[in-house]
Ligand binder design. Structure first.
Ligand code: HMG
Ligand code: MG
Length: 305
């Protein structure tokens, strides 16, 4: 077995998770959630987005959230769709931003109301402007393993969008299985194709868990050398523009698997489970994490810290 000895978790629950929950949490509660995740040892957190509040009301007031986050040992990132979002993210003191392109024209149109090429033109300006302020940009490629409107997506389209994002200066590419349809061999083949244009240490994987394949997909990608994994504590969320999609793979499940394989994450599973329980209590829902449920059912069980 060949997996990296150390893996970086990018926690996207406060953005990707909360953006698709029925209840909208206050900036105070969102900041407390982020602070608890950071206290569990997570060092990279996507804390919100600066998008149209009409499109995603759950993410309104991300600036107020950021103002309340304790910044020690944390890279706090914000998702932005355009220069306006960048300006707001910079004012809020985001350490990093992320832009989001798609490998499917229909998804691009529905999600951000423009074609893929138009989005890339727009993002090139955003990345250049962010760089002027010393802020690094991550680039997402959505629908990397399938589109809710167009079905199968060619690897070549993903590679071409990933390549364009890298060329404009994104420091990292996150391959998004937005609707969670991918399976392990597909995920591995995708990573191998993208690795022809991007070094492996710049490739992150972002699996939604609609069909329960996310953990298996992650393992396949780890074996291909990927060492950056996006996840959402308690598996909260989904995608407002991909009906029926589940949230991201649960961070607790990923961390449990990694710890059991002796892969270093520097995350306390116990504190992570507590942070997920906090969010679920606020959202009035149960965790989708199997590990959180297992530990909850057997609360006397020792937790690997
Ligand atoms: P548009 O209608 O083409 O843009 O929307 P517009 O420039 O005509 O503006 C429309 C309205 O939005 C205007 O307000 C603007 O001021 C406002 P109005 O005059 O009507 O009151 N506006 C903004 N407000 C706040 N912040 C901004 C901003 N920009 C414009 N930055 C736009 C285009 C991109 C703005 C819109 O479609 C939008 O915000 N979409 C949100 C998309 C989104 O957040 N999707 C979810 C995240 S993507 C995802 O989850 C996938 C991912 O997780 C990876 C994966 O899973 O694959 C990343
Ligand atoms: Mg997502």
């Amino acid at each position: 077995m060949n997996v990296p000895s150390r893996v970086c978790i990018v926690e996207v629950g406060p953005r990707d998770g909360l953006q698709n929950e029925k209840l909208t949490l206050s900036p105070q509660v969102r900041a407390e959630f982020i602070n608890r995740l950071a206290a569990a040892g997570i060092r990279r957190i996507e804390g919100g987005s600066f998008v149209s509040p009409t499109a995603v009301p759950q993410m309104a007031h991300t600036d107020e959230t950021f103002a309340l986050v304790s910044r020690q040992n944390l890279r706090l990132s914000a998702l932005v769709p355009n220069l306006r979002g960048l300006a707001d993210a910079l004012s809020a003191g985001a350490d990093e931003i992320a832009v989001f392109a798609a490998a499917s024209e229909t998804f691009s149109k529905r999600n951000i109301n423009c074609s893929i090429d138009e989005s890339l033109e727009r993002y090139a300006k955003v990345v250049a402007e962010a760089r002027r302020y010393g802020v690094m940009t991550r680039g997402y490629v959505s629908c990397a393993l399938g589109c809710p409107y167009e079905g199968a997506v060619d690897y070549a389209r993903v590679v071409s969008v990933a390549s364009a994002l890298l060329d404009m200066g994104c420091f990292e590419i996150s391959l998004g299985d937005t609707i969670g349809v991918g399976t392990p061999l597909q995920a591995r083949r995708l990573v191998e194709r993208v690795a022809r244009v991007a070094p492996l240490d710049k490739i992150a994987v972002h699996f939604h868990d609609t069909y329960g394949q996310a953990l298996a997909n992650i393992f396949a990608c780890l074996e291909s050398g990927v060492c950056i994994i996006d996840s959402s504590v308690a598996g909260i969320g989904g995608c407002p523009f991909a009906p029926g999609s589940a949230g991201n793979v649960a961070t607790e499940d990923v961390v449990y698997m990694l710890q059991q394989m002796n892969v270093e994450t520097n995350i306390s599973l116990e504190r992570l489970i507590a942070a997920g329980a906090f969010a679920c209590a606020q959202l009035n829902r149960a965790p989708a994490s199997r590990v959180a449920l297992a530990y909850g059912a057997k609360s006397d069980q020792p937790v690997g810290a």
